[in-house]
Design a binder for this molecule. Structure first.
Ligand code: SI3
Length: 289
């Protein structure tokens, strides 16, 4: 479960329905063109939190069918409805997903005990591997080393998707848990995560920039930090542009220009945002996507 994983984008039509043919094309593009090692399915990038249960299951099923065991699959099942999360976890497990993952419960000010019980319940009820999805910037949940210690004592909790900029905490996690999986979650900090010893990276921009991300990852692992950092500078120029436009809309816009039916974003997200063909073509050319 190492390497570069795309946080999969999901194509929606103008009514917020999933475009099945488009989703299959996005999976194929990730496997055949971006040559990723795995997919992180129904995460933030997949607009998971805008979908209903049936749509989430539809995505899990189609991705598994299309990837046919060629890559590693991680199913993000986190939900404020713990019973939906359990249902999704059992569904993805039975489809053959390699691991589950769940974002820390958000919106209400949950205590750490409530968060811990949430994960232990998911692990018990699904009887599958679990990767903690920690993204404090969006959830407001900032866990400290002692709290990660409590979660990682559970054998079925195999690792953390670490989407934060606290590299002291990341260094402590890596030192204390050499045998747990740690994924870097911010693409713009891929080199920093790799030098900190992460096992892999999960991110939205790998849907369009996965090959260059792999070069950064491999060069940094080999200790060629200067060359890795030059590629990170170039990558961060791209990421800055994507963020200015609207990250998910821009990624789908690039994919559409490349002939992949990446569809639109689902409301309340703006379906296209200010994505225009000329800008997308310029990004593709400038960054050799
Ligand atoms: C909020 C968000 O989209 N974060 C992305 C990053 O890949 C992010 O888009 C990228 O680093 C640009 O900021 C991932 O961490 C999210 C992710 O892995 C997921 O879709 O679950």
């Amino acid at each position: 479960m190492n390497g570069i994983f795309s946080a999969l984008v999901v194509p929606f039509d103008e009514h917020g329905e999933i475009i099945e043919k488009g989703l299959r094309e996005v999976v194929r593009h990730n496997i055949d063109v971006q040559q990723i090692d795995g997919l992180y399915v129904n995460g933030s990038t997949g607009e998971n939190f805008l979908m209903n249960t049936e749509q989430k299951k539809q995505v899990f099923r189609i991705v598994q069918e299309e990837s046919q065991g060629a890559i590693t699959l991680i199913a993000q099942i986190g939900s404020l409805d713990i019973y939906e999360a359990i249902d999704l976890g059992i569904y993805a497990r039975d489809l053959g997903y390699d691991s589950l993952s769940a974002v820390t419960p958000y919106y209400y000010p949950f205590s750490f005990e409530e968060i811990k019980n949430y994960y232990l319940t998911l692990v018990k009820e699904t009887n599958h591997k679990m990767i903690i999805y920690s993204i404090p910037a969006l959830t407001g949940v900032h866990m400290n080393m002692n709290q990660f210690d409590e979660l990682l004592q559970e054998e079925q909790i195999i690792g953390v998707k670490y989407t934060a900029g606290d590299f002291f905490l990341l260094e402590r996690l890596r030192q204390r848990y050499p045998n747990k999986m740690i994924f870097s979650g911010f693409d713009e900090m891929l080199i920093h995560g790799t030098v900190s010893g992460v096992d892999g990276a999960i991110g939205s921009t790998y849907n369009v920039n996965g090959r260059k991300a792999r070069r950064i990852f491999e060069l940094a692992q080999e200790g060629n930090v200067a060359e890795a950092y030059q590629l990170q500078h170039e990558t961060n120029d791209l990421i800055e542009s994507l963020l200015d436009i609207g990250i998910y809309q821009a990624i789908k816009g690039i994919l559409r220009e490349q002939g992949v039916q990446a569809g639109l974003c689902k409301a309340p997200l703006t379906p296209r945002h200010n994505v225009d063909t000329t800008t997308m073509q310029q990004l593709i050319k400038k960054h050799q996507l």
